[in-house]
Structure formats: C-alpha cells, structure tokens
Design a protein around this ligand. Structure first.
Ligand code: SAM
Length: 269
C-alpha cells in the first residue's frame, strides 16, 4: 500500500527503533496507552506485548482493515477510526482515568496534536512522542538560546520535557527529509509556576516572542490592546516594579520571570 504524504505517513521499519521507543515508555502491564496513528502497527504490537491496553486512533480508513486483522483478536486492543485533532482523550480511555500517550506523530500536524494533548492533559500521565528533531529541540530548550521560544515555554509550563534520542531518516519508509527525535513529556501536577490567570500567561508569552529580536518593552507595546493595557499604562514603570529590565529579550526570560510579569498584568479570563 502506498504511503500517503498528505497524512504524514512515514512508517517505522525494522525492530531497533520501535523497540527503543516502546522500551522508553515507563509502562506497567494493564495500563492504558493511547497510540496516535498506529499505521501498520510497528509500535502497537510491542505495546500489546508489554501488556498494555492499547487504544489506537487512526484517521486513514484504508489502514483499518489490516490493523483489525492483525490485532483485532487481542482483548486489550481497541481501534478507533478518528482524527486525533478532535479526539476527546478522557472519553477514549474510559474506564481508565489516565493514560500514557505514545506516537510517531504525523509531522504535518504534530504541533496542533501536541496542543490538543496538552489541553487534555488531565487524562494523561506522560507522552512519549516522536517529532521532527528541530521541533523537539525547540520544545526541550532551556532559556537563553535561539531554540527557546513560545513553544518551549508553553509546553514546559505544563510538562517536564526530556529529549530521549535521535532517529535517522533511514529508519522510515518512505524516508523523511529530516531527522526525528523522541521526547518524553511528563504532565506536571501543577504548572511550573503559580500564576493568577493562565490565559494571561499564555497571551503574554505569545506576545513577547512575537518578534524575537525586539526587546520585551517593544513587544509589550505592540501587544498592548491584546493584553488589555490600552489605558495609558506606563509599561516601563510596570517592568521596573517587578523588576525586569525592559531591554531584555524574551529568549532570556525563565518561566518564573514570565509568571511574575503575567501577574502584573490584568487577568484576561
Ligand atoms: N505508528 C506508525 C509507525 O510508527 O510506523 C505510523 C506513523 S506515521 C508517521 C503517522 C500515522 O498517523 C499514520 O498512520 C497516519 O495515517 C496517522 N495520522 C495522520 N493524521 C492523523 C490524524 N489527524 N489523526 C489520527 N491519525 C493520523
């Protein structure tokens, strides 16, 4: 069967990388795993062998019959033909309350799927995900470098992040153009910093990284209306009170500093 580029189909071949990925999931027998995009089942088979209850979500109806044929008789296997972008994680995993998520994500929608997973993090313990290496490097980056951006902050705010290993293009059929990496996100019981209003923290983060080369003062100015600061607020006074140097760039700010600034702004929710 031909791989569909439009669905981000790059299937893992061989046993080395599927095994390494599944071995890195901190899985106990009987736990529920949600697998997004099982494809031909390279990861699914190993997850079932490890004793997991696997709920697999696949959008491609042409892959469904073979998956049913291969795994349909396994009592711990549930196949859902659906779009991971609209899935309700809590409903999918019932009667389990929490699941581990495992996926070799389709690259064309890896960040929207990640966003959806983070929104539904109440139902997730952790997520072992393969994405493009460049995206994993951005998500797991510490403050101070050029890879650290809004995506790093917003994922790290809700999850501990850990890059596990790289995977070369040759591990897939068809081979993608770029390297991939596997990372683990462990959902934090509480966000990384206490903030009064999470919506304000999120909007502020997006605003400060909107133009990376600009200072935080200039990015704040540009987002004044969005952040409800239009009533002539003196931004330099506001930054001085925290205190934060208005000439700094967002890429130097830790999550704790962003949280302090968010708490000095009006609540958006
Ligand atoms: N897990 C398999 C493997 O590692 O060989 C396949 C991985 S392939 C990169 C991505 C899989 O996600 C494909 O099976 C594709 O059909 C499926 N997929 C793409 N978009 C999807 C979506 N929105 N919801 C669920 N599955 C999707």
């Amino acid at each position: 069967m031909r791989a569909k580029r439009s669905l981000g189909q790059n299937f893992l071949t061989g046993t080395h990388y599927p095994r390494r990925i599944v071995d890195s999931v901190p899985l106990q027998p009987g736990e529920t795993v949600v697998e997004i995009g099982p494809g031909h089942g390279a990861l699914t088979a190993l997850l079932l062998d490890r004793g997991a209850r696997v709920v697999a979500v696949e959008i491609d109806s042409e892959l469904i019959p073979a998956l049913r044929q291969t795994f349909g008789a396994r009592p711990n296997f549930l196949l859902i033909e659906a779009d991971a972008l609209t899935m309700d994680l809590g409903q999918l995993i019932a009667p389990a309350a929490k699941a581990r998520v495992v996926a070799n994500l389709p690259y064309y929608i890896s960040t929207p799927i990640l966003q959806r997973l983070i929104e539904q993090r109440a139902s997730a313990l952790d997520m072992t995900l393969m994405l493009q290496r460049e995206v994993v490097d951005r998500i797991t980056a510490p403050p101070g470098g050029k890879e650290y951006g809004a995506l790093s902050v917003l994922v790290q705010f809700y999850c501990e992040t850990e890059k596990l290993f790289d995977v070369p293009p040759g591990a897939f059929r068809p081979s993608p153009k770029v390297w991939s990496s596997v990372m683990r996100l462990t959902v934090r019981p509480q966000p990384a910093a206490a903030v009064r209003c999470e919506a304000t923290f999120i909007e502020l983060t997006k605003a400060l990284f909107a133009q990376r080369r600009k200072t935080i003062l200039n990015n704040l100015r540009a987002a004044q209306t969005r952040l409800r600061l239009e009533d002539g607020a003196r931004l330099s006074d506001l930054l001085a009170r925290i205190p934060l140097d208005p000439q700094r760039r967002a890429e130097t700010l830790s999550i704790a500093e962003l949280a302090l600034l968010a708490d000095a702004l009006p609540d958006l929710m």
